[in-house]
Design a binder for this molecule. Structure first.
Ligand code: ZN
Ligand code: ZN
Length: 273
């Protein structure tokens, strides 16, 4: 597995927004960038992921609220190109799922040279990754000497996907598993998706599991209130495969009756009864 490094703490937003950059760009390794939107721009302060292969790059999500994600992403791509002495690289803009706080910047990318924006719909997601039967089949995308596996995981949203990067062993799980409130919109689908994710990762190395938000504090069981801009003692971004197994067990313990359940590193939050 190709390694990477993580910061000890992420910028969140505030307390003095004038001092806070709109985006935090973190180089996990030379071909893997984690970009976080500031809580001063929008309280959701999501994480975006930019991965480079030999032939193309992929961006997961375009930010929340009124943001300028295309500016920061094209800047990072330009620096990557300069470092690699290349003229250009095609960029595919895809999504962890279709919620507003992950697609808000889409329009800025449309029409830019060498950039393809793939809408967060089931038909276009199936086509992009070659998934014959949604959600039971696994899709793939080859960035050039870098294959990502794509696991459909509906439940938080009908078009949620997880991405497994074989090169780094990182699993991107969107809003389906992250240190915060896991809003479950379709409970039966969410349970099945969690089981499938556990099955998919069995026997594989999962170095880190990265979701798209942090809402949990560094104190077990304690989350920040909804809408928090400034979170000075955040939980780490990274979780591990053990959290998938723990989540699956917790969901099954509900015996088909959804209820809220606080866990040390996240909480399960059914939205519908
Ligand atoms: Zn969401
Ligand atoms: Zn979200």
């Amino acid at each position: 597995m190709r390694p990477g490094v993580l910061p000890h703490q992420w910028l969140t937003g505030g307390p003095n927004c004038i001092e806070v950059p709109d985006w935090q760009v973190h180089e996990y390794n030379a071909d893997f960038f984690i970009i976080r939107e500031s809580g001063c721009t929008h309280y959701e302060k999501p994480f975006l992921y930019l991965l480079f292969g030999k032939d193309r790059a992929i961006l997961q999500d375009t930010g929340s609220g009124k943001n300028d994600s295309a500016r920061i992403v094209t800047q990072v791509v330009a620096k990557w190109l300069a470092r690699n002495r290349r003229q250009s690289i095609p960029l595919i803009v895809m999504h962890s799922h279709a919620h507003d706080d992950h697609i808000a910047g889409d329009d800025q990318f449309k029409g830019l040279p060498n950039i393809t924006v793939v809408p967060a719909t089931i038909p276009e997601t199936k086509e992009l990754y070659g998934i014959p039967h949604w959600p039971d089949d696994i899709g793939h995308i080859d960035l050039g000497a870098r294959v990502l596996d794509v696991i459909p995981i509906p439940g938080h949203n009908e078009v949620s996907v997880a991405l497994y990067d074989r090169q780094t062993g990182v699993l991107l799980t969107g809003d389906s598993l992250y240190p915060g409130r896991l809003y479950v919109n379709n409970f039966a689908d969410f349970v099945r998706s969690t089981d499938r994710l556990a099955d998919f990762t069995r026997g594989k190395i999962v170095t880190h599991l990265f979701g798209c938000h942090i809402e949990q504090s560094s104190t077990p069981y304690l989350d920040y209130p909804l809408g928090s801009m400034y979170q000075p003692h955040e939980h780490s971004l990274e979780l591990s495969r053990s959290h998938i197994l723990e989540l699956a067990a917790a969901l099954h313990s509900m015996n088909g009756i959804p209820r809220r359940m606080a866990m040390p590193d996240y909480s399960i939050w059914p939205v519908t009864p």
